[in-house]
Design a binder for this molecule. Sequence first.
Ligand SMILES: Nc1nc2c(c(=O)[nH]1)N[C@H]1C(S)=C(S)[C@@H](COP(=O)(O)O)O[C@H]1N2
Ligand SMILES: [Mo]
Length: 224
Amino acid sequence: MSEDGSGEGLIGRIKEKLIRTKQKTAAEGRHLTGALDEAHARRLPPGQNLVKKWPVLDLGIQPDIPKQEWSLEVTGLVANPASWNFEDFLKLPQSQFTSDIHCVTTWSLYDNRWDGVAARTILELVQPRPEARHVIFHAHDGYTTNIRREVFEEPDVIIAHSWEGKPLTREHGGPVRAVVPKWYFWKSAKWLRTIEFSDVDKPGFWEQNGYHNEADPWKEERYS
Ligand SMILES: Nc1nc2c(c(=O)[nH]1)N[C@H]1C(S)=C(S)[C@@H](COP(=O)(O)O)O[C@H]1N2
Ligand SMILES: [Mo]
């Protein structure tokens, strides 16, 4: 009789019973605090490191756009092209989302609370045409970045004016930036100027300079 716990004998049977009890506990979700669930275990994508302080990354130009001079244009293949100055933008239905940031340079920052206008609100207002399969962000520093329309349609995409309840600072893209939480952060254009809906894809600055055209951190779509 084997007493090494390999499944036979008394110890083996006791271990099996113990395992079954544990499996039952696991299935019932006992001992869970709410923080250590499966979503938490899957929260940090491969190759990423958690940071506590929000780094600044850009091309070295941080345009200074006073709120009174800022406006957002929505152009291209839409039924209702739009242009909102900052005051009008704040009068649109507002949303608040909390999401994680994953930068391709391997830092991640959890739980960023954004205030702004949900992409879904903008979609309802401008009514993109069916052939508009792509969305291009244009920024005041000349930066551009592209995402597929389905990515822009995700419920957590927000055109944000505030972070943690405070106006976005200039270095982080204020007055208004895009936030596309499911993709690496280079897709989240700072100093947003124009949202263009297009039938053809238009690879942006980093997409033309070696980054992946998509940017799923769970698939490590970093470089092309
Ligand atoms: N307009 C503009 N948006 C931009 C960039 C940029 O250079 N210009 N850099 C991108 C990159 S590579 C990253 S990682 C994030 C950095 O945002 P942060 O400086 O607020 O952390 O902004 C993205 N959006
Ligand atoms: Mo980045």
